[in-house]
Design a protein around this ligand. Structure first.
Ligand code: NAD
Length: 264
């Protein structure tokens, strides 16, 4: 295990019971990092996930159920990380939700939830993780933004605002840590076939009266020139690179992995 690149480090991946967060947690564990999982889901399935990851990769895996829309619960999770692991070395701010509606029809409570979970939670975890990272002069903060942090799509006002904001937080935190061993960057995926996107596929199939497979292709054809989904494993590999020594001067970037979406 000692030859793995992230042995001895602890990674907190928010929203890691599903989708991209789970893919990144797995990839970091495969590199030897201990992992603190977070997110919603069935308690039995999460316990199984913990023991499977620990057995497969020989790392410590723990879980905290903090609701990322609640500052007090985020504070409790960060205290838990300190008690159980001594703190967080790698912080992946990944928890996120989506809602699609025009601005004038956007439910106010959905707006508030998207800004809280997709943006404000990263402010809280970052402010609470930085003191230990500064003390160690090493840390990696990776914010899961989106192509929607770089460009907009109609119907996604709260999500686009939150993701643009998250890239702003990324750049600011990168500048404030620029002379240290802490790097702060954002990853901007295009479409990844997770439950978050499956809902958009289902809505498209229902709206256009087409099959699930046709709806996937229609969604991709609209936006993603490769006509293929990005995978959680590919995003995990990018996260591992950002955690590496080779990436120590990568600071404040918003890197898209998007099948060509933003090149258009
Ligand atoms: P997902 O729905 O599969 O997973 C979201 C995770 O966040 C789950 O673990 C869920 O339990 C957790 N979560 C949701 N609300 C939470 C809360 N209040 N507190 C704690 N955990 C909460 O979604 P995903 O597609 O894997 O998305 C992960 C991140 O990647 C999000 O930030 C999303 O915006 C971003 N992203 C996704 C895509 C895509 O195409 N899927 C593209 C670009 C960016």
């Amino acid at each position: 295990m000692a030859n793995k690149t992230l042995s001895g480090k602890t990674a907190l991946v928010t929203g890691s019971t599903s989708g991209i967060g789970l893919g990144i947690a797995r990839t970091l564990a495969a590199e030897g990092a201990n992992v603190l999982l977070n997110g919603f889901g069935d308690a039995g399935e999460i316990a199984q996930l913990q023991s499977d990851l620990a057995a497969e990769f020989g790392v410590q895996v723990s879980y905290h159920n903090a609701d990322m829309s609640k500052a007090s619960q985020i504070e409790a999770m960060m205290s838990y990380a300190t008690e159980h692991f001594g703190g967080v070395d790698i912080l992946v701010n990944n928890a996120g939700i989506q809602h699609v509606a025009s601005v004038e029809d956007f439910p106010v409570e959905k707006w508030d939830a998207i800004i809280a979970i997709n943006l404000t939670s990263a402010f809280h975890t970052t402010r609470l993780a930085l003191p230990r990272m500064r003390a160690n002069n090493w840390g990696r903060i990776i914010n899961l933004a989106s192509v929607h942090g770089l460009v907009a799509s109609a119907g996604k006002s709260a999500y686009v605002a939150a993701k643009h904001g998250l890239i702003g937080l990324t750049k600011t935190t990168a500048l404030e840590t620029a002379t240290t061993g802490i790097t702060v960057n954002a990853i901007c995926p295009g479409f990844v076939l997770t439950p978050l996107v499956q809902k958009q596929v289902d809505d498209r199939a229902a709206k256009d009266g087409i099959s699930n497979a046709e709806a996937k292709q229609a969604l991709l054809a609209d936006k993603q020139p490769s006509h293929e989904f990005v995978t959680p494993e590919e995003l995990g590999a990018m996260a591992v690179f950002l955690c590496s020594d080779a990436a120590r001067q990568v600071r404040g970037v918003a890197w898209n992995m998007d099948g060509g979406w933003v090149a258009q």
